[in-house]
Design a protein around this ligand. Structure first.
Ligand code: ADP
Length: 393
């Protein structure tokens, strides 16, 4: 009700969000230290894992439950209290999670939520980054704000983990299974109406399969139902706000001005408000705004490529590096392309990458650190090494 995604997707997000709490509650029991052989017989080298201290979480509106628990769960499991600043468009979900924490018996002060309007974000961010009590910032949001927080955190050399923007390539090779690729595209592009940092942003299709894939994608996309999130028939809800909608329109009209051809959709939806038609457009190239920036809306923009080398070059032609999607049945190619993509994650023959057990995160300007998995727990722990000497009598 707060964010607008269809109810089934909202339920799935709540399970995903709860998954972080379950998983890190277990993994917290395995924050093992280490004993390292010393070069001296009368010393022992012992490695301890300790909580970082007071942490801050700053979260976006697109996954208002899961982005909170993806930070909160490892923070708590590692022994850190948190001050959480949810997005101004979705504070109620964060407050509901805090209430559940209170009911579950979290001691007072362990989880604290600070809400504010859009205009308050800079002041809250400045306090969280300049207050000496805060030792770590975990942020998910835009690359611009992530860079600002990184700069601000530098003042006290605070630990920072950042999950920032993406510009994901979705690469379909000639030998791919068209149905698998199209099914994956439905999830990778149209889930949450395309408002995901992992969303496929640049669709690269090899010449030999191009017509089949594009025809099937346009046909499936044309059947998607846009509507109220509580209407069971809806596949897509509204976009978050008018600014989000204006960005989608700007990206699309830029591509159409450059010769892009709309195969389905292309306009604001007849429902009005911030609903937009699921859209497939061809003619994407490196001069388009969509090539450089993530659209964050329900527009699949497609271009063709010749060979594997060209696909990898096109895919890596971005400052971002969150996830790459790859469709092929050639196992050698799976390895070559997975290793060559400059991304933190690769999805092969599937449209999904997220899960509490896997390390989510990006390279290049998509972020620092990982969330989820044992690697995600490390991000909320300090290593302390104790050199224990004088043991010989
Ligand atoms: P989006 O474009 O997805 O809204 P933002 O990066 O603007 O991404 O927002 C993500 C989160 O960062 C939100 O909670 C927002 O309020 C917060 N935020 C925005 N500006 C700042 C800032 N200057 N300092 C700290 N947090 C900020």
């Amino acid at each position: 009700a707060e964010q607008g995604k269809p109810f089934d997707e909202a339920r799935a997000e709540v399970c995903y969000a709860a998954g972080f709490l379950d998983w890190f509650a277990e993994e917290g029991r395995r924050t093992y230290g280490d004993v390292i052989p010393s070069s001296s017989a009368d010393t022992r080298i012992v490695v301890l894992k300790q909580p970082v201290g007071v942490t801050a979480g700053i979260t976006p509106w697109n996954l208002p439950a899961a982005m909170v628990t993806r930070k909160l769960a490892p923070a708590l499991a590692a022994g850190n209290p948190m001050v959480l600043k949810p997005a101004p468009f979705t504070p109620l979900t964060a407050l509901a999670i805090m209430e559940l924490g209170v009911r579950a018996g979290l001691p007072a002060g362990v989880l604290n939520v600070v809400v504010g309007d859009v205009a308050d974000a800079a002041a809250i961010g400045a306090e969280l980054t300049s207050n000496r009590t805060v030792r770590k910032i975990g942020f998910t949001g835009s690359t611009a704000v992530g860079k600002l927080l990184l700069e601000q955190a530098a003042g006290q050399v605070k630990r920072v983990s950042l999950e920032l923007g993406g510009n994901s390539p979705f690469i379909v090779f000639d030998d791919a299974d068209v149905k698998t690729a199209v099914d994956s595209m439905m999830a990778a592009k149209f889930r949450n109406a395309g408002q995901l940092c992992t969303a496929a942003n640049r669709v690269l299709v090899q010449h030999g399969i191009y017509d089949d894939f594009v025809t099937a994608l346009a046909e499936r996309t044309g059947r998607l139902v846009v509507g109220h999130g509580f209407d069971e028939a809806s596949h897509l809800g509204p976009l978050i706000n008018e600014a989000g909608l204006a960005k989608v329109e700007r990206h699309l009209s830029d591509l159409v001005d450059r010769g892009g051809k709309v195969l389905t959709g292309g306009h604001r939806h007849a429902l009005g408000h911030t609903f937009f038609e699921p859209t497939v457009v061809t003619g994407l190239d490196a001069s388009a705004v969509m090539w450089r920036e993530e659209t964050f809306g329900p527009v699949a923009a497609i271009t063709a490529f010749g060979d594997e080398r060209e696909a990898v070059e096109l895919a890596n032609d971005t400052d971002y590096g969150l996830v790459g999607f790859v469709y092929t049945r050639d196992v050698g190619r799976v390895w070559r392309v997975s290793e060559a993509l400059e991304t933190g994650m690769v999805a092969v023959n599937t449209g999904r990458v997220s899960g509490e057990m896997a390390p989510f995160g990006g390279v290049k300007e998509s972020g620092l650190g990982r969330e989820g998995s044992k690697y995600g727990l490390e991000d909320w722990l300090e290593i302390k090494y104790v050199n224990l000497g004088g043991l010989n009598s």
